[in-house]
Design a protein around this ligand. Structure first.
Ligand SMILES: Nc1nc2c(c(=O)[nH]1)N[C@H]1C(S)=C(S)[C@@H](COP(=O)(O)O)O[C@H]1N2
Ligand SMILES: [Mo]
Length: 401
């Protein structure tokens, strides 16, 4: 794959803009907006995605993709914080450094990663903590994502634990810092670094070079990224350059300012009242998204229709998904797939029905996990300044003709 001048190849799909704009009225219901087909742009290695910015690339997956457990790599969403992403990485000379409080500092090549350590795989959902942010009313600061800042892939790589064991942690090691390779455009902007406490590490945390059987797409962090199943993806550092072990937590912008929610889960913040105590967003809450049908679709009266979508949580596992075809008055169980890809993967669901009233019909989906947590109604979601962790019951409104 030629990865030189990577970003010069992005192309707008002419004519796609504004198609389906009749579906854009959402925003009064507390549901995330459906931005599909408003500004669809094709980046290298990607099919057309909903674009919020081209520098840095911010691309959202359209709703229709959320009917299957694995999100195709070329439709997987993209989020970068800094515009200055390296335009070329040579897989033959690339190394990941491990330094700080270790017995021996390491520089490991891609080839060594793939041949000298045990290779492991985990299927896991990667979701931005700001996914569905556009549902928050009044507007919460940040990219106004619809529901497509998420995806699920099978990640292949090596356990972070094995790499740290190989380097040998010193006794007082406590924190592991991860650096991305991109640079800030202005010197005041902090670099993208995250820290993980050693106690948060388990065998599912991997350094991945492969995504669903292929090299990581460039925009999803080629050649190597951190995979932290169950956690929001702000911690899944992409295009890793080095890992530094320390004994002291270093104050970092992307951990101490961004990606935090109030440390108070019973009251709502307001634009005027910000709660002083916050905590990192960390683990994902239970959520489901309807992939078919979509807002504005037309269904035929009395014809067999299969509602399809995906559900997930932070790894407790999905117990059931309930679907309503009468705007929430009655609920019935959807069929779940076999769950073979494990507790961090999407569970695909399907629900058959025959619409029997003409006009607008609202279809809703609610996931419940194995510890009894369920999605709240969107109107019951606590508002927070960053617009994080929205997981309201999903709904689409179609027309029966
Ligand atoms: N190096 C680096 N890693 C990063 C980020 C970034 O800006 N730089 N953003 C994080 C955030 S907030 C998200 S939502 C995910 C997005 O991953 P994706 O682009 O592969 O979908 O990457 C995470 N890892
Ligand atoms: Mo994010």
């Amino acid at each position: 794959m030629e990865r030189r001048d990577f970003f010069k190849k992005a192309a707008v799909v002419a004519g796609a803009a504004a198609v389906g704009s009749s579906t854009l009225e959402a925003g009064t219901t507390g549901q995330p907006v459906d931005n599909r087909k408003v500004s669809m742009v094709t980046f290298p290695e990607k099919r057309p995605l909903i674009m919020y910015s081209d520098r840095p690339p911010l691309l959202e997956t359209p709703r229709e993709v959320f009917t299957s457990v694995l999100t195709p790599n070329d439709q997987f969403f993209v989020r970068w914080h800094m515009p200055d992403i390296p335009t070329y990485i040579d897989p033959d000379t690339f190394t990941i450094s491990v330094n700080g409080l270790v017995e021996k500092e390491l520089k490991i090549s891609l080839n060594d990663l793939k041949t000298k350590f045990e290779q492991v795989e985990v299927t896991a959902v990667l979701q931005c903590g700001g996914n569905s942010r556009s549902a928050f009313k009044p507007i919460a600061g940040g990219i106004q994502w619809g529901s497509g800042a998420m995806g699920c892939a099978t990640w292949k790589g090596v356990r972070l634990r094995d790499i740290l064991d190989h380097a040998g942690l010193k006794k007082d090691a406590k924190w592991i810092g991860f650096n991305g390779s991109e640079k800030a455009a202005y010197y005041e902007t902090p670099e993208f670094i995250r820290e993980l406490e050693l106690t948060e590490l388990d065998d599912n945390v991997i350094l991945a070079y492969e995504m669903s059987g292929e090299d990581l797409p460039y925009l999803n962090g080629y050649p190597l990224r951190l995979v932290l199943p169950g956690y929001y993806s702000d911690s899944w550092v992409k295009m890793l350059s080095n890992i530094t072990v320390t004994n002291k937590y270093k104050k970092l912008f992307f951990m101490d300012v961004a990606y935090r929610v109030p440390d108070n889960e019973t009251e709502s913040e307001t634009p005027e009242k910000k709660f002083p105590k916050t905590k990192p967003i960390k683990k994902m809450n239970v959520k489901s998204i309807i992939g078919y049908p979509e807002n504005g679709d037309k269904l035929s009266l009395k014809s067999h229709t299969v509602v399809r979508g995906v559900a997930f949580d932070d790894g407790h596992g999905i117990k059931e998904v309930l679907v309503s075809t009468d705007a929430g008055k009655t609920w019935e169980k959807a069929l779940l797939d076999d769950g073979k890809l494990g507790r961090y993967a999407y569970r695909a669901f399907r629900f058959s029905f025959k619409p029997n009233t003409l006009g607008k019909v609202t279809i809703m989906a609610k996931a419940i996990n194995k510890i009894g947590e369920e999605q709240p109604l969107s109107k019951d979601i606590l508002w927070n300044h960053g617009g994080y962790k929205y997981n309201g019951i999903d709904e689409v409104t179609v027309e029966v003709i």
